[in-house]
Design a protein around this ligand. Structure first.
Ligand SMILES: [Zn+2]
Ligand SMILES: [Zn+2]
Length: 308
């Protein structure tokens, strides 16, 4: 499973049915929370997301609309009996901020919080586990800000179930075949790997860019990602204002997607000046056809596809 749930798409302040920045990425049933604006815990609850499955939280920057929800999420996790450690990745300052709030509220977390301070000037891998890697990269905003690139690790070959039966392949031999080996049967015969397997699935990838001004140095990092979330705070007639405030327009987000050759662009982080989001979508689509609106509560998933 590789599934993104968007919790909030509003920039700076909540607007009608749009909450502040927050997303949950589900990869193989592990949940990764990306940004945590105020109200995130309400969205998590309303959408039935199991917060006990969240072990990693990624915060792009310390503007309130991206991290003020943390206090509620962390204390709610404790109230539900959490004891598992939690890792948080962010630019510097977040640890002090959270510990200060904890101090003045006489609060002690019952679970360990591992704070990982990320260098916002360089591209660096910040997490690797069995299924994926997470890479942080610099964004171009008013304060130190990072984006995140989540990539699945390569999959093994797919063994054809009927072949297991046909050649009576024991369980102990399967791993080697999935890794490309031939099968040596008990009579000394060799069944070539190509007869036993289908090509592996293509690793899926997702990149998160919020908040950022238009900057083409992002292109090589985002090259070929399957799904890109890129902020599009403004319509393009506000391009000057976008640049001044460290944000992007629809056309700029779509241009990055186009030049980087991504599979799909999801836009979001909308200014509260826009009630009707279709005008933003249409403008983005004029540059990059495969653009969709990020909508609070919507789920965006990537299916497995074999490498041909
Ligand atoms: Zn923001
Ligand atoms: Zn910001």
């Amino acid at each position: 499973m590789f599934e993104l749930t968007i919790l909030g798409t509003s920039a700076a302040v909540p607007y009608k049915d749009r909450y502040l920045a927050g997303q949950v990425l589900n990869v193989q049933s592990e949940l990764y929370l990306i940004d945590c604006g105020e109200g995130t815990q309400f969205r998590i609850k309303d959408l039935g997301i199991r917060k006990s499955k969240i072990n990693h939280i990624f915060i792009s920057h310390l503007h309130g609309d991206h991290c003020f929800g943390l206090f509620g999420v962390l204390t709610s996790m404790a109230m539900s009996g959490r004891t598992d450690p939690l890792s948080i990745y962010s630019p510097s300052g977040l640890k002090d901020m959270i510990e200060t709030v904890f101090q003045y509220t006489y609060y002690q977390s019952p679970f360990t919080i591992n704070f990982n301070e990320i260098n916002t000037q360089i591209v660096s891998q910040i997490l690797e586990n069995q299924y994926l890697t997470v890479t942080a990269f610099p964004l171009y905003h008013r304060i130190p800000t990072i984006g995140f690139l989540i990539k699945e690790k390569p999959f093994p070959l797919n063994i054809i179930p009927e072949k297991i039966e046909q050649y009576q392949i024991p369980y102990s031999a399967i791993k080697a075949i999935k890794n490309g080996g031939d099968y040596h049967n008990t009579e000394g015969g060799i069944i070539p790997n190509s007869e036993l397997t289908l090509p592996p699935y293509k690793p899926r990838s997702y990149a998160y860019c919020s908040d950022t001004a238009y900057n083409e140095t992002l292109v090589p990092i985002l090259e070929g990602v399957d799904m890109l979330y890129h902020e599009a705070t403004f319509m393009h007639d506000m391009a000057d204002h976008a640049t001044e405030t460290g944000h992007s327009t629809t056309i700029q987000a779509a241009t990055i997607a186009q030049v980087a050759g991504v599979g799909q662009l999801i836009i979001g982080h909308y200014s509260s000046r826009y009630e009707n989001l279709n005008i933003l979508l249409d403008e983005a689509k004029s540059v990059f056809e495969n653009t969709v609106l990020g909508i609070d509560g919507n789920v965006y998933s990537l299916d497995l596809q074999r490498i041909i």
